[in-house]
Design a protein around this ligand. Structure first.
Ligand code: ZN
Length: 117
């Protein structure tokens, strides 16, 4: 099945998960409590970059498994596989929404779900 990336966060009002596709022009709304979210152009821009980055990492997973980053620790050099880095990294972007912090996470969902919302 073809997968499309999704972004998700916990609703600031009811804490239920809200998932959305940043490339979809439709307003983001919580299915549970109907709270509407309007992102500024700046935030939308950041979310698009974040989504594109996560999607690229996801798409490159196969080759990332064969690569490593070398880190100098004192006189020794340690090679850390990218795959390990990525599993530790987690894909979370924290945004300021007024007084509150919104933690946006990246996940993959079937493409049809992304279009129908
Ligand atoms: Zn809600």
């Amino acid at each position: 099945m073809q997968k499309a990336p999704h972004l998700a966060f916990s609703c600031l009002k009811c804490r239920e998960p809200v998932s959305f596709c940043i490339w979809n022009e439709a307003p983001v709304c919580c299915d549970h409590c109907q709270k509407n979210y309007r992102f500024s152009d700046e935030i939308t821009g950041k979310l698009k970059k974040f989504e594109a980055l996560c999607r690229q990492i996801h798409a490159s997973e196969e080759i990332l498994g064969d690569t490593a980053v070398a880190i100098d620790v004192g006189s020794k050099q340690v090679r850390v596989p990218f795959r390990l880095l990525l599993t530790r990294l987690g894909s979370v972007l924290t945004l300021e929404m007024g007084e509150q912090k919104l933690e946006i996470t990246f996940r993959t969902e079937p493409l049809a779900d992304c279009i129908s919302k």
